[in-house]
Design a protein around this ligand. Structure first.
Ligand code: PLP
Length: 398
């Protein structure tokens, strides 16, 4: 066996990507699988954005760009932050990366050292923990109760802060729960955070996929947090552009300059054509976003209704954003399949894949093994068929 770098050797594959890859593999082998595992909109990128990419190619935008991103794009992001979030940022406070994922991983790599603790309220997106560990720092998982709609409470936050705490990562709307912080909840968290100097990182990638009006922004609610605050975002979910790989981080200049130095050594700029497309995405007319969200909204309602009818699935909170439902499946975990108790969400997702031919993601890697994540980034017909199949398969549990 070859010897790998210690941190890489400990790195697990992304559970969501693994589930999606398994569904794709089965489909390629001719198995009729319905995927409720996707972490990306099923819509195509709007035509105006594709056209901007064609124009960029035709005009020869095919060379390296500045490492931190085209000035035009960073200006468009600054204007977007003002328009959508009411926040003021200069282009020098913004770095463009290959997706929100690279932006957050690079920022985390730049800010934290061994011995530093980074608070991650769970259930949380699978990659945050890995990013913090890759930086050599220690993720501190803080479970958030379903009774509190999976939102971090100020008292749990206070309890989690130690002299070693250097950062916190908040994600609203949340992958995997669909929970969204309201203004009052953010105000209460801000009260605790403003007494600290820890890095407050907010992941806004699902900000526009909300069903009760735009999600308030923590830094708008408390602008003082901007001095130790970082925003991660990307065009992936809002504009159905996951494959283009453009995201950004915004924050204090020194932190952003550090990311530019890191990218300058290990990857360089995000794809130039995709940057031109992202510029159009942010600067052009925003009408398609509302159309996509209206469709997600109708699917959300359908999913909530159908999940609540599945025996053993419980979904007390209606997801208010993103395109996931995260039902509690504790009631099924003692039931048996192939003579063995199901045990956890991952095993239940294996059962659902094998017996219902529906791909879902177990909650284990989100820090919540009593749950499964269902993505509704697929057609309503697929959703109806998937729930029919899951319902029929559940009858096979002993
Ligand atoms: N943050 C969250 C919470 C996500 O769910 C994802 C993708 O699934 C990302 C960030 C990163 O997305 P991207 O790298 O495509 O911008």
């Amino acid at each position: 066996m070859i010897k790998l770098n210690r941190r890489i050797a400990a790195l697990k594959p992304s559970a969501t990507m693994a589930a999606e890859a398994r569904a794709t593999e089965l489909k390629a082998a001719g198995v009729d699988v319905i995927s409720l595992a996707a972490g990306e909109p099923d819509f195509d990128t709007p035509e105006r954005i594709k056209q901007a990419a064609r124009t960029a190619m035709a005009e020869g935008l095919t060379k390296y760009t500045p490492v931190g991103g085209l000035m035009k794009l960073r200006q468009a992001i600054a204007a977007k932050l003002k328009r959508d979030n009411g926040l003021d940022y200069e282009p020098a406070e913004i770095v463009v990366s290959a997706g929100g994922k690279q932006a957050s991983a690079n920022l985390i790599a730049c800010l934290f050292d061994e011995g530093d603790e980074v608070i991650i309220p769970t259930p949380a997106w699978v990659s945050f923990v890995a990013m913090v560990q890759l930086a050599g720092a220690t993720p501190v998982l803080v479970p958030c109760a379903e009774e509190h709609n999976f939102l971090l409470t100020p008292s749990d936050l206070r309890k989690a802060i130690t002299p070693r705490t250097r950062g916190i990562i908040l994600n609203s709307p949340s992958n995997p729960t669909g929970a969204v912080y309201g203004a009052e909840e953010l105000k209460a968290l801000a009260q605790v955070l403003r007494e600290t100097e820890i890095w407050v990182m907010v992941d806004d990638v699902y900000e526009h996929i909300v069903y009760d009006g735009l999600a308030p922004h923590l830094f708008k609610i408390d602008p003082s947090l901007k001095t130790h605050g970082i925003i991660f975002n990307s065009v992936s979910k809002t504009y159905a552009m996951t494959g283009w790989r453009v995201g950004f981080a915004a924050g204090p200049r020194e932190a952003i300059a550090a990311v530019v130095r890191l990218q300058g050594q290990n990857s360089g700029n995000a794809n130039s054509i995709a940057q031109a497309a992202a510029t159009e995405a942010y600067a052009g007319p925003q009408d398609e976003v509302a159309e996509m969200v209206a469709e997600f909204h109708a699917r959300r309602d359908l999913v909530v209704e159908r999940v609540r009818k599945l025996p053993g699935f419980s979904l007390p909170n209606v997801p208010r954003g993103a395109f996931y439902a995260f039902p509690n499946v504790s009631a099924l975990l003692g039931r048996k399949w192939k003579g063995q108790p199901i045990g956890d969400g991952n095993r239940l997702s294996e059962f659902i894949l094998e017996e219902a031919r529906v791909s879902v993601v177990g909650g284990n890697d989100f820090g919540a093994p009593n749950y499964v994540r269902l993505s509704y980034a697929t057609s309503r017909q697929n959703l109806v068929n998937a729930f029919d199949r899951i319902g029929a398969a559940l009858a096979k549990l002993e």
